[in-house]
Design a protein around this ligand. Structure first.
Ligand SMILES: *Cc1c(COP(=O)(O)O)cnc(C)c1O
Length: 334
């Protein structure tokens, strides 16, 4: 869909902790580059021999500037001091590092204010070992600002103005993330936007803006499998002295006496964002602590040792992938 509109896709691997097999699958499927928010993940993919252009999509930590220029081909940036540090290390390694300058278009996360982009770009262009590859923006991540024609035309217009004022050409105008799906799907004109950075749409088939599945994509590429470690019918009196739990939360259970099937799974908050787990069966999540997840089912009697499956939201996928206790198994790898 993007290719028809001359938009190249950077496949974003942060949700799968830079899993090299998944990165390779993305490259085979036709992404133009691989992006990740963590330089450690990019390093992991490179070490595993993934052959791709790597983009660091979070503005680099100053303390990692050297690793950034040696591992990533391009980084997204919004601080001159950081780019200066990148230039210094790039020079030392005899390379030129490419940067995409992020523009703040209203989501109140990273980026240079619109009025300051021209001056910022001209300062960056003075640095000897840096090439300004383009401009980018990120919307909808923090405050849900909608990427639409107005925002995309706005970014394109800024790019055009800077190109004219500096007498240069940007090679990349990166319009956003999976939240740009509705825009790219419906737009007649994509203006100067020629790149999108996509993770969630590819992995989960979800349009994050509408929180809706996209009909021609799959929603079942990932599932989390956990194991029952206790399963009992329980009738308990809740003797609450202090009403806060281990995480400082007040219990939602109103009754002082509870009865029902309670099944405990050997997974907890240390392993995944529990609110992002969607039970694939007739049971519901009753609560969780660091290592326990309590579920209750009306009809099914879950047995000790039995496997229980969940679908995952993006937040749950990201956290589950990061837990060393969650074993990752890739099926049908070609
Ligand atoms: C996470 C991220 C993306 C990808 O977001 P998805 O919703 O997974 O498509 C793109 N750009 C930046 C800067 C990000 O941090």
């Amino acid at each position: 869909m993007c290719r028809e509109k001359k938009i190249r896709v950077t496949g974003i691997t942060k949700a799968v902790m830079g899993d090299p097999d998944i990165a390779r699958t993305l490259v085979t499927a036709g992404v133009s580059s691989i992006g990740d928010s963590r330089i450690e993940n990019i390093e992991r993919m490179k070490k595993a021999g993934v052959d791709a252009t790597f983009v660091l999509i979070r503005t680099p930590l100053m303390s990692q500037a050297e690793k950034v220029v040696t591992c990533a081909d391009i980084s997204l940036n919004s601080e001159l001091d950081v780019i200066r540090a990148l230039s210094g290390f790039a020079g030392r390694h005899g390379i030129t590092h490419k940067v995409i300058i992020m523009v703040e278009m209203g989501d109140f996360r990273e980026g240079i204010l619109v009025d300051e982009v021209d001056r910022f770009v001209s300062r960056v262009r003075e640095l000897p070992h840096i090439e300004v590859a383009g401009l980018g923006t990120n919307l909808a991540c923090l405050n849900g600002v909608r990427p639409d024609d107005r925002k995309m035309a706005g970014l394109s217009e800024i790019a055009e103005k800077v190109e004219q004022s500096q007498g240069m050409r940007f090679s990349i105008i990166s319009g956003g993330n999976s939240s740009n799906f509705q825009w790219v799907n419906s737009s007649r004109d994509v203006f100067k936007i020629n790149n999108l950075r996509i993770g969630e749409l590819i992995f989960l088939g979800m349009d994050p803006l509408a929180a809706c599945p996209v009909d021609f994509l799959r929603q079942d590429a990932f599932s989390l499998v956990s194991e029952v470690i206790e399963s009992k019918r329980k009738k308990v009196c809740l003797d609450r002295g202090d009403s806060r739990n281990a995480f400082g939360e007040i219990s939602r259970v109103k009754e002082t006496s509870c009865e029902g099937m309670r099944t405990i799974l050997g997974i907890g908050r240390q392993d995944a964002l529990i609110s992002g787990l969607v039970p694939l069966g007739d049971y519901q999540i009753m609560g969780s602590s660091s290592d326990h997840l309590v579920v209750s089912g009306r009809t099914n009697n879950l047995k000790v040792g039995q496997e229980v499956r969940f679908a995952l939201t993006y937040g749950a996928l990201l956290t589950a992938y990061t837990s060393p206790f969650v074993r990752k198994t890739i099926l049908n790898l070609t």
